[in-house]
Ligand binder design. Structure first.
Ligand SMILES: Cc1cc2nc3c(=O)[nH]c(=O)nc-3n(C[C@H](O)[C@H](O)[C@H](O)COP(=O)(O)OP(=O)(O)OC[C@H]3O[C@@H](n4cnc5c(N)ncnc54)[C@H](O)[C@@H]3O)c2cc1C
Length: 504
């Protein structure tokens, strides 16, 4: 007997497409995954794996493997004209906020290979050398035109996800605009060996006039990844080699380069797609948004899109949620992408800006103010929340209703620490959390809907993270609160479950 036809076609097997496929496969939905490349990517590209990504990976049972393969960053070192000016300890910057309180460095090529292996274990093999070249939609199907070995075929599915990167063929076929612009600055990236200092487990940062250079460990072997902004006098040239940027990067970071493994220059755009969904077709990852690399957010945002879309598609295809939940994908992720593009724009402008602002940043803020500020717990929490993506909220989403205590529907469920209220999220099912006592009426409503109820004893920690005692928190499969209210009446919860057709 032949295998059932996959309901979802995923175009693009970068990090976004791979995580989407893995989550779907684990939810019992077998996707078809195609990629026009002959095999997995070979460049290390994105290095930072943020805490929110690791929280999702924990839900998929793969976080330990990713953490074991990567390198925990213990801090940031600021360099001023080749001299070490300040050290910022970051090792546990998110303590009490996330089970993963750190920044992990894990090269994107290793990361992709890891995901491909997990996907194979789940019974899904990526079809390489297979390009999406066109698509059309009918009332209940998407028809994709694929080209492999010079032969075109049509592949028919309930949904298509364009995870095919910044030049997305899916986005072009939909006619969806990608407004934004190119940054004037151009970037360079190099993997080098050097002497003078070891990258250790530090992000090394040095600002120069109109330029910035970051250096961090690539792999455990001691190579250093330089990412920098080309000074204006080099930016227009397209014949650059590492020797052209050697003086500036060595001067900024005080490292003498002995060997160069890889050197490349690239331009960066900041753009957000006008739509993330057209009918039965979705855009995720770089296909939907691109921005400056400041803060290491790009790949993590694609993975966040993938998780957001995967659980919704799986629930609709399995009939455990109404198709209306899919409407929330664009509302939630396009809004986040726009916020991110704006904030990375601002951060980037600050870092490479000229004039007095640039001077203040280079000589005062980075080396002197930041190391002191980060000792203040509220500043540490704010910095971690921003960079780790643990502060992402979907409050205006059509899927967010109510609130209790300081926790509003749409927020990521706050982490308690002890007891570990994230442990039940491994089921990747809708679930009810109560911090305090569970009444009979709530138990009955939850049982009728097939929802697990998880009760945690009320404690000072519950109050500290913002929960209200005895309140109902209906938690989505991705760990965000969908509905929250006091337990006094079940009317709101019942209406919510009915409206979105939710049942376990
Ligand atoms: C030099 C560099 C450094 C970077 N550093 C960072 C960093 O430090 N932190 C960070 O978060 N991000 C970084 N990024 C960005 C990060 O690499 C991307 O955000 C990330 O790869 C996006 O993943 P994706 O899966 O959405 O798209 P991609 O990784 O671009 O994957 C898209 C896939 O789709 C395939 N494809 C394209 N067209 C088709 C088609 N028509 N049919 C079938 N398949 C198709 C491609 O072959 C590719 O495999 C960096 C990028 C670069 C270039």
């Amino acid at each position: 007997m032949s295998a059932p036809r996959p309901d979802v076609l995923i175009a693009g097997a970068g990090p976004t497409g791979l995580v989407l496929a893995l989550w779907l496969a684990r939810a019992g939905v077998r996707p078809r995954v195609i990629d026009k490349a002959p095999g997995p990517g070979l460049a290390s590209r994105a290095m930072a794996v943020q805490a929110r990504t690791l929280e999702f990976y924990r839900q998929l049972g793969v976080a330990d493997g990713v953490v074991a393969g990567g390198l925990l960053m213990s801090g940031a070192r600021f360099w001023d004209r080749g001299r070490l000016a300040a050290l910022l300890p970051l090792g546990d910057i998110g303590a009490g906020i996330s089970p993963f309180p750190m920044v992990l460095s894990y090269p994107q090529d290793d990361h992709e290979r890891f995901l491909i292996e997990r996907l194979c274990e789940a019974g899904v093999a990526v079809e390489w050398n297979t390009e999406l070249v066109g698509l059309r939609q009918s009332a209940d199907r998407v028809h994709a035109r694929l080209r492999a070995n010079g032969v075109e075929t049509e592949s028919e599915h309930a949904y298509l996800c364009g995870c095919d990167g910044a030049h997305s063929a899916v986005r072009h076929a939909l006619g969806v605009g990608f407004p934004g612009a190119k940054y004037d600055s151009r970037f360079y990236v190099a993997d080098v060996a050097g002497e003078g200092w070891s990258p250790g487990s530090f992000v090394n940062v040095s600002l120069g006039r109109g330029t910035i250079c970051l250096g961090f460990p690539v792999r455990r072997a001691g190579m250093v990844r330089f990412i920098g902004v080309l000074p204006a006098e080099l930016a227009a040239r397209d014949d650059l080699t590492f020797d052209d940027v050697r003086p500036i990067s060595e001067q900024l970071l005080g490292l003498r380069t002995t060997d160069v493994n890889w050197f490349s220059t690239y331009s960066v755009h900041h753009r957000v797609a006008e739509a993330f969904r057209v009918g039965r077709v979705f855009l995720s990852g770089d296909a939907g948004h691109v921005h400056s690399p400041a803060g290491g957010q790009g790949m993590n945002t694609g993975i966040g899109d993938a998780v957001n879309l995967a659980w919704k598609l799986a629930a609709v295809l399995r009939g455990t949620a109404a198709p209306a939940v899919l409407d929330s994908y664009e509302a939630e992720r396009q809004r986040f992408a726009r916020t991110l593009v704006a904030s990375t724009d601002r951060a980037f402008g600050f870092l490479v800006g000229g004039g007095l602002r640039g001077w203040l940043m280079r000589r005062v803020v980075m080396p002197r103010v930041l190391p002191l500020a980060v000792k203040v717990p509220a500043v540490r929490r704010a910095m971690f929340g921003l960079i780790s993506q643990t502060r992402i909220e979907y409050r205006p989403s059509p899927l967010s209703v109510g609130g209790a205590g300081r926790v509003r529907a749409g927020d990521r469920l706050p982490w308690l620490g002890e007891p570990d209220n994230f442990a039940p999220l491994a089921s990747r099912d809708w679930q009810v959390h109560v911090y305090g006592e569970v009444g009979t009426a709530l138990r009955e409503v939850a049982a009728r809907a097939g929802l697990e109820v998880h009760r945690f004893a009320w404690s000072a920690a519950c109050r500290r993270v913002g929960f209200a005692r005895d309140a109902i928190y209906l938690v989505r499969p991705d760990g965000h609160v969908g509905f929250a209210a006091r337990q006094t009446t079940m009317a709101g919860l019942t209406a919510y479950l009915e409206r979105f057709g939710l049942h376990g």
